[in-house]
Write a protein of this length. Structure first.
Length: 147
């Protein structure tokens, strides 16, 4: 089972989890990217996400299909927000299920890393001082904790 969507409303992680959960899944893992209050020393007030939507949707679908085939048929659901988000809101959520933890964890990391590299979604940070700037973090080191 795979699911990939661009959404404009808050992401329902429980709903995503229900898409991949099954009695065969002994491991369900996830990743949530959340709008934080500081980036590179600057106070952040929010983030705006835009995308080349048709291409982004197609590429997200390709990534989840790749994950399902590379990691022994894991079930994968991913959603990415578009629009303006406030501090603490989830910008991207990935949920992966498999009979065993290793494929689930590996697939989850694969999906977020490939999303960052390949999907044409751009973010513009809104700073506490009223200024805004486009941010390219596609090549930033992976420091997120998965699981």
């Amino acid at each position: 089972m795979t699911h990939a969507a661009l959404v404009r409303q808050p992401i329902d992680v429980s709903g995503l989890t229900s898409l991949v959960a099954s009695h065969a899944a002994g491991a369900i893992t996830g990743f949530m990217g959340v709008v934080r209050d500081v980036n590179e020393g600057r106070a952040v007030a929010g983030i705006e996400y835009t995308a080349y939507e048709e291409m982004a949707q197609r590429e997200m679908e390709q990534i989840v299909h790749e994950a399902a085939s590379r990691f022994d048929n894991v079930s994968v659901a991913v959603q990415h927000r578009l629009g303006e988000l406030s501090l603490g809101e989830i910008s991207v959520a990935i949920v992966v299920a498999h009979a065993h933890r290793a494929p689930a964890l590996d697939a989850c990391r694969y999906v977020i890393e490939e999303l960052k590299k390949r999907v044409p979604i751009w973010k513009r940070e809104h700073y506490a001082d009223g200024s805004r700037a486009w941010v390219d973090d596609r090549n930033a080191p992976a420091t997120e904790v998965v699981g």
